[in-house]
Design a binder for this molecule. Structure first.
Ligand code: SF4
Ligand code: SF4
Length: 139
């Protein structure tokens, strides 16, 4: 059986679309590690970074900054990076870049002006920032 071209490995372009469209849920047991990394107490972490609209005892929802984007999303040149990458929540660790994801396709369009066809064909002019197959930092 032939491989779905949209499922082949695709290096993250650090476009930040996923961290802008989605709010990450943090397991309570992960709060300690992130708080320690930030040098603050767990209570302080929840006070500052938890979106209080979410009322589930086992998890907290990370706030977004207006006009959008995770509170830990930072920009360096044209890359969107996670400022807590070393200790980011498991939900973020398990998120893999893929041409099958609309978020990654949106990022390709935003950053390089490239669109992805149903069969995985790339079209459109790149803006010359990065070759598509170059190794990128994980955001
Ligand atoms: S914690 Fe980091 S990886 Fe997760 S949504 Fe926020 S910026 Fe993105
Ligand atoms: S390429 Fe995909 S995984 Fe990487 S930042 Fe963009 S949307 Fe997220």
């Amino acid at each position: 059986m032939s491989e779905n071209p949209l499922q082949v490995p695709f290096e993250c372009t650090c476009c930040g679309v996923c961290c802008t469209l989605h709010q990450a849920l943090v397991e309570l047991h992960e709060v300690g590690k992130i708080s320690e990394f930030l040098g603050i107490t767990q209570d302080h972490f929840i006070e500052i970074y938890a979106d209080k609209r979410w009322k589930v005892s086992e998890k907290i929802l990370l706030k977004h900054n207006a006009p959008g984007g995770c509170v830990f999303l930072s920009k360096k040149d044209d890359l969107s990076l996670c400022s807590i990458h070393k200790v980011k929540p498991s939900v973020c660790r398990s998120w893999e870049s893929s041409l099958a994801r609309k978020e990654c396709r949106q990022g390709l369009s935003n950053k390089l002006g490239v669109s992805v066809g149903q069969l995985g064909h790339l079209s459109g002019a790149t803006k010359g920032t990065q070759p598509l197959n170059s190794p990128m930092n994980n955001h």
